[in-house]
Design a protein around this ligand. Structure first.
Ligand SMILES: Cc1cc2nc3c(=O)[nH]c(=O)nc-3n(C[C@H](O)[C@H](O)[C@H](O)COP(=O)(O)OP(=O)(O)OC[C@H]3O[C@@H](n4cnc5c(N)ncnc54)[C@H](O)[C@@H]3O)c2cc1C
Ligand SMILES: *[C@@H]1O[C@H](CO)[C@@H](O)[C@H](O)[C@H]1NC(C)=O
Ligand SMILES: *[C@@H]1O[C@H](CO)[C@@H](O)[C@H](O)[C@H]1NC(C)=O
Ligand SMILES: *[C@@H]1O[C@H](CO)[C@@H](O)[C@H](O)[C@H]1NC(C)=O
Length: 562
């Protein structure tokens, strides 16, 4: 061997080693070690403007339909953004018996001390509305990494036959070996994700906030490039090649959105990789939305389903609801402004007149969530493994044309004590495209010794508690460049938050849209206020007739005054 080659060879190896370590650190970091130290973000209140209050000013009556993230945020931010002169009376209608919508918990074993998320479970540190609300309401957050005494924390990606990724706290070298094959892709993905998230965060700031037209704002921020392409195309367009997309990013699009990377759009694929500082609220994320509703002093009507919203001749809106809480079962009230904070296609309500551009029906994923407890661990044989099964199983599509696994994810969440048997049990959560059969559930759990336990007993003891729910969880996020209207009528009195879901479907984005609508509504009131102020000044300065077309602050429609 010639001496001259030696330095070359050694730099080659050390560079590769450094590169490998960087890949490892980056990939393991954002897949598995989201930082728990949260950077708090303060939302600054917009300038309130200066004008004298009219003591005879009547309260604004606002109806919000839906007490999920979108509706609760609309209420909260209307109260924060409104001019101090405006007194606002907010009524929130909620069809179900609880606050939170798709963010809700159920009680394991029916025990209120053991809640577990049934819907949205995770938000991240760049989710500034949720993070600042959690702080304001003193809600404790927790990381999303399971902590189970007798099981090491591991995350694996399974394709139904092979494990394409296996990461564990101790087995970092395994991760390094597997990540070796992805080269620069993890770093490039991280950079692309940061850039995309950076553009998205401008939606919270002037001049983009508030936005009347989501399609235009997405375009202005360069985000249409990401929504117009599939995840796969978007990665390719940004120089990210190889198996990282299907092995790792797709594992994330499947667990988060039940969609593959060749179908889901590029923006939502990037959202799936933005996992820094992943957290949830201890006891349930719904408490954020409950806190927002309480802070807004809104009147929340549970078990109350809005069936009709119609415009009256004076420009106000009548809201008709069915409720088990009313003696007559029917509630009718009049509002200045109405916010629909639920997907129109599931709200089952009529608008008269119909919206200017009615949001079209879009396909939603039917996601099956199965929560259950068992004293058994997962059976390695059921997953082609010899050692322990990872506590978080994600999935991807197989490289051959075999079938992918019949589930998107299986998570071992925590251990608890069964209140009847006092046995220690595991709490599992499965996301799947179809219901899971009892026999399949038994097949993934380690069997008891047949000699000591007859089959019948075994079946009964396998699963001690089970809860199944089918959600219309999120839209199929196919590539698109236009998004539904924020304002549904011509006068700016009927608003819609759920159009943002085909852009990004998360608790935070629903909150962002609730905040956006709140700002558009309160800005409208401020304009009305300034107009009526001007009218009064003109009158005072020599009885000049109020110019036509100006809307007084008491909120009558212009046509009505004649
Ligand atoms: C299983 C699952 C996992 C998820 N995981 C995450 C996650 O980890 N992180 C994340 O950020 N997001 C996640 N999501 C998505 C997230 O839950 C939603 O994007 C978000 O909660 C939507 O909030 P929203 O207020 O817009 O709608 P919703 O939460 O659906 O609220 C709408 C409310 O309106 C009510 N309503 C509808 N029609 C009427 C009517 N006519 N009258 C009165 N009330 C009505 C409904 O009952 C509902 O409570 C997940 C969703 C599911 C289902
Ligand atoms: C408020 O209403 C009262 C009674 O109608 C009236 O006397 C008063 O001038 C009004 N105040 C203002 C600021 O318009
Ligand atoms: C607030 O709204 C509720 C429900 O519509 C109504 O009963 C109440 O009278 C309103 N209060 C005010 C001060 O307008
Ligand atoms: C709503 O309905 C549920 C089930 O019918 C009931 O248990 C609950 O008490 C009701 N809540 C309210 C506020 O009326």
């Amino acid at each position: 061997m010639e001496p001259a080659q030696r330095p070359n060879r050694s730099t080659f190896w050390s560079r590769r080693r450094i590169l490998g370590l960087i890949c490892l650190v980056v990939a393991v970091y954002f897949l598995w070690y989201p930082s728990s130290d949260t950077k708090w973000v303060i939302v600054t209140l917009p300038d309130a403007g200066i004008y004298q209050c009219d003591p005879n000013e009547t309260a604004k009556n606002v109806a919000i339909i839906g007490a999920g993230s979108g509706g609760a945020s609309a209420a909260y931010y209307i109260d924060r953004f409104k001019h101090p002169c405006n007194s606002v009376n907010i009524t929130v209608y909620e069809r179900s018996s609880y606050v939170g919508g798709r963010s809700t918990t159920v009680d394991v074993y029916g025990d209120p001390a053991e809640p577990v998320e049934l819907g949205a479970s995770i938000f991240v540190e760049v989710n500034r509305n949720l993070v600042s609300a959690a702080r304001e309401f003193n809600l404790a957050t927790q990381g999303f990494k399971p902590k189970i005494k007798d099981l090491p924390n591991t995350l694996g990606v399974y394709d139904g036959k092979d494990w394409v990724f296996m990461g564990s706290e101790s087995g970092w070298w395994t991760a390094a070996k597997i990540l070796w094959k992805y080269g620069l892709a993890p770093i490039r993905t991280q950079q692309l994700m940061k850039k995309t998230v950076g553009a998205f965060l401008q939606m919270y700031e002037e001049p983009h906030f508030p936005f009347q037209d989501l399609s235009q704002t997405a375009y202005d921020l360069g985000l249409t490039e990401a929504t117009a392409a599939t995840g796969e195309e978007f990665l390719q367009a940004n120089g990210i090649q190889g198996l990282f997309g299907t092995d790792i990013i797709q594992a994330s699009t499947r667990v988060n959105y039940a969609q593959n990377i060749d179908k889901i759009h590029g923006l939502e694929s990037m959202v799936c990789m933005a996992t820094d500082g992943a957290m949830s609220i201890q006891g349930g994320n719904w408490q954020i939305f409950d806190g927002m509703l309480k802070a807004s002093r809104a009147n929340v009507l549970l078990n109350t389903s809005v069936s009709n919203v119609y415009r009256r001749s004076d420009g106000s809106y009548a809201v008709n609801a069915l409720s088990s809480s009313y003696p007559t079962g029917i509630d009718l009230a009049i509002y200045d402004t109405v916010v629909l904070a639920a997907p129109l296609q599931f709200a089952k309500l009529n608008f008269t007149p119909a919206p200017v551009n009615p949001p079209p029906e879009i396909p939603y994923v039917n996601l099956h969530v199965t929560l259950f407890t068992s004293p058994r661990k997962l059976n390695p044989q059921a997953f082609n493994l010899e050692g322990a099964v990872p506590t978080t199983i994600l999935t991807t599509t197989p490289k051959t044309n075999a079938n992918p696994p019949p589930f998107y994810s299986i998570s071992t969440l925590r251990t608890l004590t069964n209140p009847t048997t006092y046995q220690r049990e595991y709490l599992y959560k499965i996301f799947s495209p179809a219901p899971v059969s009892p026999s399949w559930l038994h097949s993934i759990l380690t069997p008891l010794h047949a000699s000591t336990h007859p089959l019948a007993t075994q079946d009964r003891q396998d699963i001690s508690w089970i809860y199944e729910k089918v959600w219309q969880s999120y839209p199929y996020l196919s590539p698109r460049i236009t998004f539904e209207d924020v304002q549904l009528d011509e006068e700016g009195k009927v608003w819609y938050t759920s159009g943002i879901e085909s852009f990004i479907s998360t608790m935070e984005t629903s909150s962002l849209m609730g905040m956006n609508v709140a700002r558009l509504i309160t800005d409208g009131w401020k304009r009305e206020g300034k107009e009526s102020e001007k009218q009064k000044l003109q009158k005072a300065e020599g009885g000049i007739e109020a110019a036509t077309g100006q809307v007084p602050m008491t909120g009558k429609a212009p046509g009505e005054e004649l």
